[in-house]
Every structure is written in structure tokens, then in C-alpha cells.
Design a protein around this ligand. Structure first.
Ligand SMILES: NC(=O)c1ccc[n+]([C@@H]2O[C@H](COP(=O)([O-])OP(=O)(O)OC[C@H]3O[C@@H](n4cnc5c(N)ncnc54)[C@H](O)[C@@H]3O)[C@@H](O)[C@H]2O)c1
Ligand SMILES: [Zn+2]
Length: 372
């Protein structure tokens, strides 16, 4: 297949997302224009074991000798002050200078952490993203949000820091565990639900081919997702307005994840899928949406294998009061009132600011006692 290229238009910080097969093996020509000094490739031990040799080979005779690999353990715990300190220390000890390039080679954890470290070390080195999970390819590698977590919540310390290039190599997804792949699919379906009903229809017809990693289905779904995210980010880089739509399902998801703990029992994408279902149920409850889109969304999520019944969702048991507490503490909650993303229909999401938490509370109580 030919590569698909999506521009992210942000004036002098514009960059492109390249989507294709075997990009690692072509890394030399793709990365060389941005490599003015050394390359610091940050990755985790799982990815290193599976794909490091392909990247080293792809960097070729010009970039290979200039590349230093920094390998960290896998897992969300790395997105912490301790993880950030360790990575910054490695970069400084290895002699990173401002003209050098940081390469975030991994899933969302690596992208968020390495992107933040790149923005801080020596007041900022350029960085590129080579996302290796489906979630990172369709979501976290694009848009410039970088962050670590605090005990108070996820992503509380961070920077808007745009990469100079994103290389989404579909071939590396071949080794991704199926559960991780499916979790990434939740973010894909989200783009259809936000503003692209035709794409949601495509998802209904083709989800099984995406999950089976058929290259053309993966390529199309990653391309449409990235194009959608790029458009929204270009319109509202710092989330003053429209970018908040990308949080469809996420206020619920973040609360479910915080309640489950970040130990892998509930993956982010699994929480997002449950959150999408809840956002549609809430939309019907609060008026703007009829029941049939809600049923359609829930049916699709279930067909893909997501759990939409909160009573059976991994990481539980969940408790309505605790979930609402977490939601009102979310960094997007202004003054204790909730900012919610609701929908009038499939592909017609909108942001509701200062929503009362009582409706959310009633929905969660219902969802934890009745089947979805
Ligand atoms: N910055 C943003 O805009 C944004 C958006 C969404 C999510 N995020 C963040 O992304 C993180 C989640 O990212 P994730 O789901 O990619 O998780 P992850 O980075 O933890 O990766 C998931 C697991 O898959 C392994 N892995 C990665 N690529 C692989 C491959 N090709 N083959 C086999 N194994 C592979 C990893 O080692 C890890 O164990 C969260 O911290 C979340 O907050 C950020
Ligand atoms: Zn997400």
C-alpha cells in the first residue's frame, strides 16, 4: 500500500502523520531531514524486544551510529515524577543537547513521558513519535498533549508539546496483544460518534476486519481517526472549545479507571468503550438523544467484544457515589460542575458545560443496578 499522510496544521509547528506499512524499515529517509545531531530513542522493554532491531536496521548507515536507545520498564507507573526524573537523568547523562532529537518509540505511556521529557530537558529538544499501539497511533501521538500522572489523578502535570513528525507503522501492530488492539479500537469508534456518522457506519461493517488486523481496514481506520483528530487539534490546539469533543466518553472513563486503579485490570480503551455507552445513555436520559442511537452504539460496542454492563466491567466493583466524586474532581470539571460531552445522535456530539451532577449520579445508580 502507499503511505497515507495527514497534515496537522499548526502554523510554524505544523507536522505530518505518515501512516503505512514497514515505516520502521524506511526510518532513515523519513527521519533524516529532522536529525541534526544525535537521536535518543526512548522505548519500553516489550517494544525493544520485539521491534528494536527493525528500527536499528531501518535507521541505516547514516542514523544508526548517532542513535542511543533508552529503555524503560513498561507500564503506566512510568508516567510519574520518578519515571520522569529517571528519563531526564538518562538523557542528561547520555549528553543530550538541544540540537538532538528524541524519538518516542512505543505506546501512549512512552509518547506522553518522552514527549514531556523532550520538552523539559535543556528547555526543549525536538521530538518525533513512532507510536506502536493502535491507541497511540489514532490518538495519543497526535495533538501534542504530554503528561505524567499524580496520586490525585491522571495527566495532571504536563505540557502542550507538538512532535515534529509522527510515523504510524501499521506493521508493528502485528505483535500487539489482541486486548490492547481492541482497546485502541474504542478511540477509533469515538471519532465516528463525535462528528462522522458515515464513519460509524463503516465501523459497524468493518470492525471485525480492523480487529483481525487486515491492512486495508487498519489503514483506513487509522487514517480517518488521525484526520479527524488533526482537524480538531488544528482548530483548537489548547482545548478552549472544540477539542473538548475528543473527551466523548472520557469523563466516565477516567472515573472508572481511577476507581479500578491503574494496574491493568481495566484498560483505558475498555473504560472509554464503557464511557461511550454511558455518554449516550446520559444523552437519552437528559433529553437530546432518542433511544435508537443509544441501542445502536451499545450493540456495536458489544459486537466488538466490549463490556458495556458496569456490573460486569473488569476492575470493579464500581460505586456510583465514588465515581461521581472522582468526576467532579477531574481537571476538566470547573467549579465542581461537570463538563460533559453528550450527543444528539450518532455523529452529533456537543459539549455541555456546568452540567448538574445529579443526572450523572442517577444514571450511574441505574447502570450499577440494571443491565445496559
Ligand atoms: N497524549 C494524549 O493525547 C493521550 C491520549 C490518549 C491516551 N493517552 C495516554 O496513553 C497511555 C495509554 O497508552 P497505550 O494504550 O498505548 O498503553 P501503553 O503505552 O502502556 O502500551 C500498552 C502495552 O503494550 C505494549 N506494547 C506497545 N506496543 C506494542 C507492540 N507493537 N507489540 C506488543 N506490545 C506492545 C507496551 O509495552 C505495554 O505493555 C495512557 O497513559 C494514557 O493516559 C494520552
Ligand atoms: Zn482516550
Amino acid at each position: 500500500m502507499n503511505d497515507l499522510v495527514v497534515p496537522v496544521a499548526l502554523a510554524d509547528r505544523s507536522y505530518e502523520v505518515r501512516i503505512g506499512a514497514d515505516l520502521l524499515r524506511r526510518a532513515e529517509s523519513l527521519v533524516a531531514p529532522l536529525a541534526h545531531g544525535r537521536l535518543f530513542v526512548v522505548t519500553d522493554s516489550n517494544i525493544a524486544q520485539l521491534h528494536r532491531s527493525a528500527l536499528i536496521e531501518g535507521l541505516g548507515p547514516t542514523l544508526q551510529p548517532r542513535a542511543t536507545f533508552i529503555e524503560i520498564p513498561p507500564g503506566e507507573e512510568q508516567k510519574s515524577f520518578a519515571g520522569l526524573e529517571a528519563l531526564c537523568t538518562s538523557l542528561i547523562q547520555a549528553g543530550a543537547e538541544r540540537r538532538d532529537l528524541v524519538v518516542a518509540f512505543g505506546g501512549g505511556v512512552i509518547g506522553d513521558l518522552a514527549g514531556l521529557a523532550a520538552g523539559l530537558v535543556k528547555r526543549g529538544l525536538d521530538f518525533i513519535q513512532i507510536p506502536t499501539t493502535l491507541l497511540a497511533q489514532v490518538d495519543s501521538s497526535v495533538g501534542g498533549k504530554t503528561a505524567i500522572d499524580m496520586p490525585h489523578g491522571k495527566n495532571l502535570i504536563g505540557l502542550f508539546n507538538q512532535p515534529r513528525l509522527v510515523l504510524a507503522d501499521l506493521s508493528v501492530l502485528g505483535t500487539l496483544p489482541k486486548r490492547e488492539l481492541r482497546a485502541g479500537y474504542a478511540e477509533i469508534v469515538k471519532y465516528g460518534l463525535i462528528d462522522d456518522p458515515d464513519f460509524f457506519g463503516w465501523c459497524e461493517a468493518n470492525a471485525d476486519r480492523v480487529i483481525a488486523r487486515e491492512t486495508d481496514a487498519l489503514a483506513h481506520s487509522v487514517y480517518v481517526s488521525v484526520r479527524s483528530k488533526a482537524r480538531i487539534v488544528a482548530a483548537d490546539e489548547r482545548e478552549g472549545g472544540e477539542r473538548a469533543l475528543l473527551n466523548l466518553g472520557h469523563t466516565f472513563a477516567h472515573a472508572l479507571e481511577a476507581s479500578a486503579g491503574y494496574d491493568g485490570a481495566l484498560l483505558h480503551g475498555e473504560a472509554v468503550a464503557a464511557g461511550l455507552g454511558l455518554a449516550f445513555r446520559l444523552s437519552a436520559r437528559m433529553g437530546p438523544c432518542s433511544q435508537s442511537p443509544v441501542d445502536r452504539v451499545l450493540a456495536h460496542l458489544r459486537a466488538v467484544g466490549f463490556e458495556t454492563d458496569l456490573r460486569r466491567l473488569p476492575g470493579g466493583p464500581y460505586e456510583a457515589g465514588r465515581l461521581v466524586d472522582i468526576m467532579t474532581r477531574d481537571k476538566k470539571a470547573e467549579g465542581g460542575r461537570l463538563t460533559l460531552v453528550l450527543a444528539r445522535d450518532v455523529g452529533r456530539a456537543f459539549v455541555l458545560r456546568a452540567a448538574p451532577s445529579s443526572e450523572v449520579s442517577a444514571l450511574l445508580n441505574e447502570a450499577l443496578t440494571l443491565a445496559a
